[in-house]
Design a protein around this ligand. Structure first.
Ligand SMILES: *Cc1c(COP(=O)(O)O)cnc(C)c1O
Length: 339
């Protein structure tokens, strides 16, 4: 598989580190837990969208775009990273933010990722929760074309076959790191939302015949729907790469039992996971994605889903910038620490 055939703007800090989490592993007493640090990809505090945007932004420039449009939830990490990439390339960036949580919290609505969107010079406009966001992006694109602009639409989360190439590449990178140090990886676990990360990873892993099962921990949709979304995108990604049959439905596994009340609404175990990573490993997770992914990982370890001696890699997809939009949820825990 030859990814150099696809246009790409090299900007991510790669390879991201692969590190062992000694204190977390000891605390949980199960498998050896490792972390793939895709929170360290660079680009406005990093995160998983950097890898996708390398391919998406290259496609935008190849098509002559002078403006990019994308969408996400209010505290979208994808929006923030798109705004930063657009700034780097000198193209305009318009972001449509969907109010998926209904939160009136001032930091949620203006701090964290929203602050950074604006620092990067992107314009944002809000839409009510449940609105047809792809249609809203098309409307905006039509308007901009009427003004003589050349817009390029990036789907939510950067999740289409072009964006997923970034995670095909991550699968190659991870397996190369494991091979270089003689590390046998028994499982790979990651948060899964708009599906591009999981779809790209499974396509890359299967194309290499890596033999590493991948588990996505869902943050929004129920299991069946999430798996269908990931499988559909994996198939399209594999087609783009010229190996259309490489992923089968059974390779796509999502556990969506850690979503709680809904997208962007953390549960008690989300907060526990954030606290454990922060206090045992000095690593920041976020309340929307990586905190829920890690909550799933921790729960499955506690339930004996992985055996002792196995090595489980958690792909850290980033998101810590969102913490500043969610400071209210940590208020109770923090009280005891102000002495
Ligand atoms: C977008 C995002 C995810 C989910 O990745 P998808 O490719 O959308 O499934 C996970 N973690 C963080 C921090 C994200 O911003």
């Amino acid at each position: 598989m030859h990814l150099a055939r696809f246009p790409r703007i090299f900007l991510a800090h790669l390879p991201t580190p692969l590190e062992r989490l000694d204190r977390l592993s000891k605390e949980l007493g199960g498998p050896e837990i490792w972390i793939k640090r895709d929170d360290c990809t660079g680009l406005s505090t990093g995160g998983n969208k950097t890898r996708k945007l390398e391919f998406l932004m290259a496609e935008a420039l190849a098509q002559g775009a002078d403006t990019v449009i994308t969408q996400g939830a209010t505290q979208s990490n994808h929006a923030r990273q798109t705004a930063a990439f657009a700034a780097k390339l000198g193209v305009a960036c318009h972001i449509l933010l969907e109010d998926r949580t209904g939160s009136n919290d001032s930091n949620y609505n203006t701090n964290g990722n929203v602050l950074l969107d604006h620092l990067h010079g992107a314009t944002t406009s809000r839409r009510a929760g449940g609105v047809d966001m792809p249609a809203e992006m098309e409307l905006l694109a039509d308007r901009l074309r009427g003004d003589g602009r050349k817009p390029y639409i990036i789907p939510g989360g950067g999740s289409n076959p072009t964006g997923a190439l970034g995670y095909v590449n991550c699968a190659f990178e991870l397996v190369a790191q494991a091979n270089d140090r003689g590390l046998v990886i028994d499982h790979l676990v990651t948060a899964t939302g708009s599906a591009g990360t999981q779809a790209g990873l499974i396509t890359g892993l299967k194309a290499m015949n890596a033999g590493i099962p991948l588990l996505g921990i869902g943050v929004r949709a129920p299991k069946e729907k999430q798996e269908e979304n990931v499988f559909a995108l994996a198939q399209r990604t594999a087609e783009k790469l010229g190996c259309p049959t490489v992923v089968s439905r059974g390779d796509v596994v999502a556990d969506c039992s850690y979503v709680g009340a809904g997208y962007g609404i953390p549960r008690a175990d989300t907060l526990e996971a954030i606290a454990m990573f922060a206090q045992l490993e000095g690593i920041l997770l976020d309340p929307v994605y990586s905190g829920k992914g890690a909550a799933g990982l921790i729960d499955l370890v506690r339930k004996g889903h992985f055996s002792k001696g196995q090595r489980v890699v958690f792909l850290h997809t980033g998101g810590a910038a969102g913490l500043f939009g969610y400071d209210a949820i940590f208020a109770e825990e923090r009280k005891a620490l102000v002495v």
